[in-house]
Design a protein around this ligand. Structure first.
Ligand code: DQA
Length: 151
């Protein structure tokens, strides 16, 4: 993994994740998004990877980041927030990305309200990490490193 494309992991955070730390801490924990990005970046660096992070409350902005990652990033880790459940445009954009995609959730949406049990992102994800809170960011980087090594 020598060139940037081979090392770069695009980490995307969807709507409302900018409020982590104050938003429903009983479900999402007390750590901020900044804390999670720092943990992901540290784990990535130990694995020889580099993280570029973007958060947006708009589906279109997230789609633009996915488009810009084509040919530039080796993998995408995405917590799509509630777009998980209805973001078909985001689904289509991810479908056009050529590398591995890890869908990441702090909570376990399958164990919550029925409407959270459908993910339109899972069909285009290589795999999902759900329900491990902030530790999921480290697990996601480990999964990406494994996928890039073996894929
Ligand atoms: C979430 C789960 C989604 O259902 C929810 O809309 C979020 C956060 C999670 O990380 O657990 O915003 O993606």
């Amino acid at each position: 993994m020598t060139n940037l494309k081979g090392r770069l992991v695009l980490l995307l955070s969807g709507p409302n994740l900018n409020l982590l730390g104050v938003r429903e801490p009983a479900i999402y924990g007390a750590d901020t998004l900044e804390d999670h990005v720092a943990a992901a970046s540290k784990a990535a660096a130990q694995l020889g990877l580099e993280v570029e992070h973007h958060q947006s409350n708009s589906e279109g902005a997230l789609i633009d980041h996915v488009h810009e990652a084509r040919g530039r990033a080796a993998a995408i880790v995405i917590n799509p927030g509630a777009l998980t459940h209805y973001g078909w445009s985001l689904h289509d954009a991810l479908r056009a990305f050529e590398g591995p995609i890890v869908e990441l959730h702090l909570s376990n949406p399958d164990a919550r309200e029925p409407w959270r049990r459908t993910s339109v992102i899972t069909p285009v994800a290589t795999g999902c990490i759900t329900g491990f809170g902030g530790h999921g960011y480290r697990l996601a980087m480990d999964a990406v490193a494994h996928l890039l090594r073996t894929g």
